[in-house]
Write a protein that binds this ligand. Structure first.
Ligand code: FES
Length: 121
């Protein structure tokens, strides 16, 4: 098993997204209740990066169309709720979803050892 350093522990904080690249993958790191969590930096709606998204109470909001995901499990909570930060009425959400069904974020296992976060691959 190969261990790849992702970040110093102090760089990953509650309520913040920390973008990193490792092993050819773009990842987002955050902390929820002290636990470090990582997901692929690619929204399952249109495969767009979520670097400019927000994370609050362990939930990541996609900056493009407002879909929300559990930051640790990747579970989809809301699917396509906004455009450019403006809420979409319920009737228009299916149009913006463009036929794509709700899907989870891909999660990535991280370990924290001696003040550093690692990807195990
Ligand atoms: S790209 Fe994320 S919700 Fe559309």
């Amino acid at each position: 098993m190969k261990r790849v350093e992702l970040a110093a522990s102090g760089e990953v904080q509650e309520g913040q997204l920390h973008a990193v690249s490792a092993e050819g993958r773009s990842l987002l790191l955050t902390r929820v209740g002290g636990r470090a969590c990582a997901v692929e930096n690619r929204c399952p709606h249109f495969n767009l990066p979520m670097t400019r998204g927000k994370v609050e109470n362990g939930v990541i909001r996609c900056p493009w169309h407002g879909s929300r995901f559990d930051a640790c499990s990747g579970e989809n909570i809301d699917w396509v709720t906004a455009v450019a930060g403006l809420p979409l009425p319920q009737w228009s959400r299916a149009l913006v979803a463009a036929g794509r069904k709700p899907a989870p974020l891909q999660t990535v296992a991280v370990t924290e050892v001696d003040g550093k976060l690692y990807l195990e691959s």
